[in-house]
Design a protein around this ligand. Structure first.
Ligand code: BGC
Ligand code: CA
Length: 411
């Protein structure tokens, strides 16, 4: 009898070890720190937050940035540019300032906010049931589309009509969103049929913006605006790229790993964030805000234009106020599983991940980076076969509705 029991105990121990949970039962994973980042768990058609995912356990947070504040800034940046360069902008002299808009992902809150921010600032927004329509128009050369309307802008003595000539979700045939090569192709199609009418190019991000700039607008001297302040886009401001928005990826990448570090250390979650840690790392309220009811940290955005771009040339440098290493004695190395939804996403792969890789050393986190294909959740979740091997998780979903594809693996 005794022997049978100990055999059972041994078998249970082996099963526990195999599950990688040190014998504590598989639901241990459900209690580990979890951070969602860049894609906030939410309904992709209504934008409503998925509070179940955000409250998965008491160590769950979201890290992103203030999409509305950034989108407003992006719109203002474009308007300021038009006001200060207006006289030379109307390329065909028809009294219309025509722009085209590259939409990233019609179901992504950041993309929706940016489309709304640009349309609102340019006066082309149509409001329905209290919200600005963020749908793509296809082409709208005659100004009759219903998702937008013609705006107007006074520049010097003259009033110009502002028209969204075309907009499209930049989705590849395989399903990848925010797709730069799709945007490069779109500007090719648009410019060959109505290139003379395009006075401004606006994009929901720099990946798509730079593809359009390289394919057409640089050569044709048409100002192009993006978002993210990727290093290549910032450098292109010297060559005529109109401007971009920094979503303070240096602050976001820090917060992504810092909340995990704090939760793993069992210290106050504000440590090294709003409250200095023992190394002196601390952020200010100009850098971020925390909304407790949403369990969410939001970095604040900054406009990057010809006036200040020199300060933003290296997008992958850790932010000085939070770049001091933690002692490895007090903060022993922990293992983190982290995924990037699409290894080919310019912002996440060229800016965000290099920043994470700089901070993981400073915070003594041993992070395993998984790059997805941008199309299916299973391409990523298949590589979380053994969640028990990790102390914490950082997740960047393909679609904001899909949090449960991950949480079921941890439950
Ligand atoms: C970034 C985009 C990126 C997207 C991916 C956004 O916040 O601005 O560049 O493609 O996140 O989820
Ligand atoms: Ca014109």
């Amino acid at each position: 009898m005794k022997k049978t029991l100990s055999l059972i105990a041994a078998a249970a121990l082996v099963a526990g070890l195999l599950a990688g949970c040190g014998g504590g039962g598989s639901s241990d994973n459900a209690k580990k720190p979890l951070v969602w980042f860049n894609r906030q768990p939410s309904n992709s058609s209504t934008g409503e937050l998925d509070m179940n995912a955000l409250n998965f356990n008491d160590k769950t947070y979201y890290v992103g940035f203030d999409a509305n504040q950034g989108a407003e800034l992006q719109g203002q940046m474009v308007v300021e540019y038009l006001k200060s360069h207006g006289e030379n902008l109307d390329r065909n002299g028809d009294g219309i300032l025509g722009y085209v808009l590259a939409i990233g992902d019609i179901g992504h809150n950041d993309s929706i906010a940016r489309t709304r921010g640009v349309r609102t600032a340019l006066g082309t927004a149509v409001t329905e049931n209290g919200a600005v329509n963020s749908a793509a128009v296809g082409t709208n050369l005659d100004g009759k589309a219903t998702a937008v309307k013609d705006g107007s802008i006074q520049i010097g003595e003259k009033t110009y009509i502002v028209r969204e000539l075309a907009s499209q979700e930049m989705k590849s045939s395989a399903g990848a969103t925010w797709d730069a090569s799709t945007a490069g192709n779109a500007i090719g199609t648009w410019s060959s049929s109505f290139g003379e009418q395009i006075d401004v190019v606006v994009s929901n991000n720099d990946g798509m913006g730079m593809a359009m700039f390289n394919a057409w607008s640089q050569e044709n001297k048409v100002p192009t605006f993006g978002y993210d302040a990727n290093s290549d886009a910032v450098a292109a401001i010297a060559n005529g790229y109109g401007g971009t928005i920094s979503q303070h990826a240096d602050v976001q990448a820090y917060l992504t790993l810092r909340v995990l570090r704090n939760a793993l250390d069992g210290v106050d979650i504000d440590t090294g964030i709003g409250t200095p840690d023992e190394a002196g790392n601390v952020l200010s309220d100009k850098d971020f805000k925390y909304v407790a009811s949403e369990r969410s940290y939001y970095a604040l955005n900054l406009a990057v234009t010809a006036e200040n771009y020199q300060d933003f040339l290296d997008a992958t440098k850790p932010y000085a106020p939070v770049a001091k290493a933690l002692s490895s004695e007090k903060h022993e190395t922990k293992k983190v599983w982290l995924n990037i939804y699409n290894a080919a996403d310019n912002f996440l792969s060229a800016t965000y991940q290099p920043l994470l890789q700089a901070y993981d050393d400073l915070l003594n986190l041993d992070v395993e980076y998984i790059g997805g294909d941008g199309q299916t959740e299973s391409n990523i979740t298949n590589r979380l076969g053994n969640p028990g091997l990790y102390d914490a998780y950082a997740i960047n979903m393909v679609k904001t509705d899909n949090a449960s594809s991950y949480t079921t693996l941890l439950s």
